[in-house]
Ligand binder design. Structure first.
Ligand code: AGP
Length: 607
């Protein structure tokens, strides 16, 4: 997720672009840059680092001009350095472009363009777009339209051209883009906060729409050039609320960003002829085939995503799989050697215990694959291959969209390892991975039921203890649900394998103890059904989350959260959403600092 901005009007563009980028910094902050059209020339200043670093650099040599574009980056392809920073220029610096999104077919496009003599200056997927535009003919808007026809994936772009200096062209598919207008000023931005200082009148572009900004007009069309009828919306948010896009907390905003996070994480994994596209490095076939054991090392929520992966992978991987907490693994003597495959899962890529566990594995000659969300984070430099989640910056301390993005990435990773080992065929891997196409919609449908979960929170927010029960693939989800609740609301909550209830925890059950039971129509349905009856026999209140709609379990639920029946690969995603929302709404009702709960840090870089 990146932040883009464009300005055309009578003001000096540089200060407008920089102030707008600062308000978009929460969308990404590993590099920044601007282009300003100055005396008919494209002048570009960009660098790795924060926007304040760029601003300091520009203080010494400001760029004068009243048309420009800017970008603050959350890197997805290519490490965060000066060359990979946006804007990207092309064709003798006559074009400049900023982009938020993922060009899925950039490798094919890049090799075609290189064959035509184009020289590339970066490792990014974005740069192919500006060279594609340079290949076209006609007006700038006609060139952009033609170029985007070849692009597969997602984009929000803003483009300028030195030979048509009083124009900015913008377009979007799968990434947000808004237009702001105020008298003669025209603005383009990823998000409302960037323009609020200048205007509250905005137009939201929809997918496959584009806009031409000139001094005399704002022309919005579809990508075929047909005019689009758009309404101007008046925004009354204050700037702080705007960074949360109107949500009360970053956590709630990020819970609602999950369809996009899951979609972006899946879309960027092209099964090119059956194989996975690695973000960095790669996994040698021999290593995968010679592996005789597999470890997944993680902490906290990432460890629960890893446990889900174990249940999924055991269905098609012919390898013993151990999920290890970094804080334990690093001090034990696990049977690591050069036949071990070790996966590190970490949103921040900086968790000390996880990194130490991977270090131990490297020292033993094991092969390391990491699944981080932050590009260029430390874990990537400890890995032989990297598969990023594309959740974008996760500001809330409680991990939500990163978790569902991890579930997505780990599903794909397991299928790739199985395919490479031959324990599943290419076609089966592709077929199973294609199930994930439906994940964003499934997640969205659970988000649409937020009100029902909020009502549930009203009934239970004063409770002091909760038990979360699940079996099989829902056992780690029960653990994650308990973690979300305890770290957000400070209520004591435990996630437990339902089958263990009789071995002690059942002593806790009474009318004061709400029990959240996760039950899906699988091989252990009857077992969980019996566990729910055991709880009710002891006056425990049972909140049942189930996909057995109309089934007998509804008759034994004190509270029911109905969920859609789906493939096993999607079940954890579907069951997680109401648990995140329950934790969030209970936390809000209890008045805790939901985005920054007491005692917690977003990234635990210490032991
Ligand atoms: C989860 O909501 C917490 N923020 C915490 O458990 C977190 O998942 C854990 O610290 C691991 O962080 P990482 O994914 O950045 O390694």
């Amino acid at each position: 997720m990146c932040g883009i901005i464009g300005y055309l009007g009578s003001r000096e563009a540089q200060p407008v672009l920089l102030s707008g980028l600062k308000r978009l910094e929460y969308r990404g902050y590993d590099s920044a840059g601007i282009t300003v059209l100055s005396d008919g020339e494209i002048r570009t200043e960009k660098m790795a680092g924060k926007i304040s670093d760029l601003e300091e650099k520009l203080m010494g040599s400001p760029v004068s001009g009243s048309v420009g574009i800017g970008h603050t980056r959350w890197a997805t392809h290519g490490k965060p350095d000066n060359a990979n920073a946006h804007p990207h220029t092309g064709c003798n610096d006559r074009y400049s472009l900023v982009h938020n999104g993922i060009v899925e077919n950039y490798r094919e496009l890049k090799s075609d363009l290189e064959a035509k003599g184009h020289k590339f200056n970066s490792e990014t997927d974005t740069e192919v777009i500006v060279h594609l535009i340079g290949e076209q003919s006609g007006s700038l808007e006609e060139k952009v339209r033609a170029a985007l026809e070849s692009v597969e994936g997602t984009f929000a772009v803003a483009v300028v051209y030195s030979e048509e200096p009083r124009k900015i062209v913008g377009a979007r598919r799968g990434s947000p883009l808004i237009v702001g207008t105020a008298d003669g000023d025209r603005f383009l931005a990823s998000d409302i906060p960037a323009v609020l200082e200048y205007t509250r009148d905005v137009i939201y572009l929809e997918d496959n729409e584009m806009v031409l900004l000139t001094d005399s007009a704002v022309e919005i069309t579809d990508l075929q050039g047909q005019p689009a009828d758009k309404e101007v919306r008046h925004i009354d948010w204050n700037p702080v609320a705007a960074r949360k896009e109107g949500y009360k907390h970053f956590m709630l905003k990020e819970i609602h960003e999950q369809p996009q996070a899951v979609s972006d994480t899946f879309r960027s994994r092209r099964f090119k002829g059956g194989g996975l596209t690695w973000d960095e490095g790669e996994l040698a076939a021999k290593v995968v085939n010679d592996a005789d054991k597999l470890f997944i090392v993680a902490c906290g929520t990432s460890a629960y995503a890893s446990r889900v992966a174990k249940y999924l992978w055991e269905d098609f991987l012919d390898l013993p799989i151990e999920v290890e907490l970094g804080s334990e693994f690093r001090y034990r003597n696990p049977p690591l050697d050069d036949s071990s495959l070790v996966v590190g899962v970490s949103q921040s890529g900086e968790t000390a215990d996880t990194l130490a566990g991977l270090e131990k594995a490297r020292d033993a000659g094991s092969t390391i694959v990491s699944v981080p969300n932050v590009l260029g984070s430390t874990i990537t430099r400890r890995s032989d291959a990297v598969l990023y989640t594309h959740a974008g910056p996760e500001i809330g301390v409680a991990s939500t969209k990163a978790f569902t993005a991890q579930l997505t990435a780990l599903s794909v990773l397991g299928l790739e390892i199985g395919r490479m080992r031959g324990s599943i065929s290419d076609s089966t891997a592709r077929e199973m991975a294609s199930v994930l196409e439906g994940a964003p919609q499934m997640v969205q449908e659970q988000l649409d039921n937020e009100d029902k979960v909020a009502e549930l929170a009203e009934k239970f927010y004063e409770k002091e203890h909760f038990l979360f029960l699940g079996r099989d693939i829902l056992y780690p989800i029960a653990m994650e649900g308990a973690l979300k609740l305890k770290e957000i609301s400070y209520i004591h909550a435990e996630g437990y394998p339902a089958g263990e209830l009789k071995h002690g925890p059942i002593a806790l059950i009474d009318e004061r103890m709400p029990v959240v039971a996760l039950i899906t129509k699988n091989s252990v349905y009857d077992k969980v059904f019996s566990n729910i009856e055991e709880v009710r026999a002891r006056k425990g209140k049972v909140i049942v989350l189930t996909d057995d709609l109309g089934g007998e379990v509804e008759g034994i639920a004190d509270e029911l959260v109905p969920l859609p029946r789906t493939e096993k690969l999607l079940t954890p995603l579907v069951f997680t959403i109401p648990l995140q929302l329950l934790a969030y709404h209970i936390g809000v009702l209890r008045g805790t600092d939901v985005d920054q709960p007491r005692n917690l840090a977003k990234s635990v870089t210490v032991e």
